[in-house]
Design a protein. Structure first.
Length: 292
């Protein structure tokens, strides 16, 4: 059996099928780990959802910010729709409810203790070790899967609170957990989440650090696979000393859809034509900032 982790698809269904063909994926033998953001901005989000769901136990997909955005809009929060969203086909599909229920039951974190890898979409704050991360993921998953998920989606959006405290409660606590797992790229000195900064490392404010490079990070001993940060991959792979494995290679922007074979560390890239392709990394960063 082979396990392949795959970066953000965001509706790029054709590229996904081409990549799976290239690695000769066999659902009867192999397993796929999807790093979240199955949907939005690309042309075939509905097909991606149906396909990944159809894989059953052959696939694990953690929730990303675009996945939660879809669920929030579908739960009655249309004021958060953006002009670049491509969610209408899902929202009007005959199997909409079945797909959304399935998506709402996906995890925030997947850990394989035997393999020694953990899968998330975005990042972990420096105060969390992996045990705390698992506990926080379970808290949010219970709400998403329960009768109170509508209230959560009405209170999900926002950048505050920006620093972890075990004393956080209610929507503030759940919003912080959500922002870590699905939106985090940088932390500021003091351990605060710096959610507005989206550029590649080297261009950020002096007091910002990538979450995985934050001094004294309590999860530093874990091997973590993640997506979300396309400008990071466009600038080059991360220093292996950080013990993390980024996989968002900017498929939606004309980069690549990337898979990582575990545990060998072998990457396979599928070039993507680009649903919306900025000409430069700078334009790509500007586009990301505009989405905030």
């Amino acid at each position: 059996m082979s396990i392949y982790a795959i970066g953000d698809i965001q509706g790029c269904f054709d590229e996904l099928l081409q990549l799976l063909s290239r690695i000769r994926f066999d659902p009867g033998r192999d397993r796929l780990w999807f790093a979240g953001d199955l949907v939005n901005r690309g042309p075939k989000s509905l097909q991606v959802l149906r396909f990944v769901k159809s894989l059953g136990r052959a696939a694990v997909s953690v929730l990303g910010n675009h996945d939660l955005h879809l669920l929030a809009v579908a739960a009655g929060n249309p004021q958060h729709l953006r002009h670049k969203d491509t969610l209408e086909e899902i929202l009007s599909a005959p199997d909409r409810d079945e797909l959304l229920t399935w998506l709402r039951h996906r995890p925030l974190l997947h850990r394989d203790t035997g393999l020694g890898y953990t899968l998330i979409h975005a990042g972990l704050p420096p105060q969390w070790d992996l045990k705390r991360a698992e506990q926080c993921a379970a808290e949010l998953e219970a709400v998403l899967r329960g009768p109170g998920h509508g209230g959560f989606f009405a209170n999900m959006y926002g950048n505050l609170p920006d620093r972890w405290s075990p004393a956080l409660e209610g929507w503030d606590r759940l919003r912080f957990i959500t922002n870590c797992f699905t939106r985090l790229r940088y932390c500021a000195i003091g351990g605060r989440l710096a959610l507005k900064e989206k550029a590649a490392p080297g261009s950020q404010q002096d007091d910002y650090r990538p979450w995985f490079a934050f001094p004294g990070r309590n999860s530093a001993g874990e091997r973590i696979v993640f997506g979300h940060w396309s400008t990071l991959e466009l600038k080059g792979r991360v220093d292996p000393r950080h013990n993390v494995f980024p996989l968002d290679n900017g498929c939606i922007w004309g980069g690549h859809l990337t898979t990582l074979h575990l545990p060998s560390g072998r990457h396979t890239d599928m070039a993507c034509p680009g649903w919306r392709k900025p000409a430069t990394i700078r334009e790509h960063t500007v586009a990301l900032r505009a989405e905030a």
